[in-house]
Design a protein around this ligand. Structure first.
Ligand SMILES: O=C(O)CCC(=O)C(=O)O
Length: 291
């Protein structure tokens, strides 16, 4: 059955230790006190965001639905005022999420509330993005197209994060021309009849609380469940080695565009074919018989 080990939690880390123990070995870790001196740790709550950016229109994603037909797989579901979204989060269960919200463009005042930590990563400072989610929101299993080293700095209520190293891809029902697993792959309630390969999966799990920072090594797959309303800031460092850089560019320029164009041209048949192939390829490669 699916094997999960808890992600190591430490209070603080020096640059030297971070590089040798975590970055070089690609081991995820939660660092609890890295945000200790940040204004964000004291200030970031729903009312504060409302004050800073309440009038902005924001795009919302998720809602427990996969993108169908000709709709882009990462298209937003709807737009609303940030303050209305925050109000709706306060009402209880809410699966709508804000995704990849670039605060440099959208709410630059928030930049004053954090620092780029000196832990040996060369951060890309034009992309401090935030993610918001309501109680019960889930993030489909995926890996990040830019293959970045990520610090996911979490605030607000608890959220559970599952991580899987890139070599676990063979068990994950990767949908061709995407960066995701099949939408129905639910790590918390795995359907081993439909997806028997999940039984071989090995990964990591942790619960992030206000102020915790999770290091996600490049290419790690992640699946996230918001237990409560939460918001995370992601700081990213792009790959520098030529091979990884080429893979990142290939993902961004080729794969993403092929998927976008084919969806537009072919529609749902393209999606159905890729979803079927996710199962076929996985079972074929593992010798699990025909679909
Ligand atoms: O925390 C979230 O809502 C999503 C984070 C994520 O998927 C990412 O950093 O790629």
């Amino acid at each position: 059955m699916l094997k999960l080990q808890p992600i190591n939690c430490i209070e603080m880390v020096s640059q030297k230790e971070f590089i040798s123990t975590y970055k070089k070995q690609e081991i995820p870790v939660v660092i609890r006190q890295l945000t200790q001196s940040w204004g964000a740790r004291r200030k970031w709550n729903l009312d504060y965001f409302c004050e800073i950016a309440g009038d902005n229109m924001v795009s919302l994603y998720g809602g427990g639905e996969r993108a169908k037909g000709r709709r882009h797989q990462h298209a937003s579901l709807l737009k609303m005022r940030f303050s209305d979204y925050i109000e709706s989060l306060k009402q209880g269960e809410n699966k709508l999420r804000m995704f990849f919200y670039n605060i440099l463009d959208e709410a630059p005042k928030l930049i004053e509330d954090f620092f780029y930590p000196e832990i040996g990563l060369n951060f890309f400072k034009k992309l401090p993005v935030m993610f918001f989610g309501g109680k019960g929101a889930k993030v489909q299993m995926h890996f990040d197209i830019d293959l970045a080293d990520i610090l996911l700095c979490h605030f607000g209520g608890k959220k559970r994060v599952y991580l899987f190293a890139p070599e676990q891809k063979k068990y994950l029902y990767h949908v061709p021309f995407s960066f995701s697993a099949l939408f129905d792959v639910d790590i918390e309630q795995p359907d081993y009849e439909r997806f028997p390969a999940l039984q071989h999966l090995q990964g990591f799990v942790t619960e992030l609380n206000h102020g915790d920072v999770l290091y996600i090594p490049p290419g790690f797959w992640h699946y996230i469940v918001y237990e409560e309303i939460g918001f995370s800031l992601s700081l990213r460092a792009f790959p520098r080695q030529p091979q990884a850089l080429m893979r990142m560019l290939f993902n961004i320029i080729v794969i993403r565009n092929v998927e976008g164009v084919m969806r537009k041209l072919v529609g749902q048949r393209w999606n159905d074919r890729n979803e079927l192939n996710a199962i076929r390829n996985t079972h074929r490669d593992l010798g699990l018989g025909k679909v």
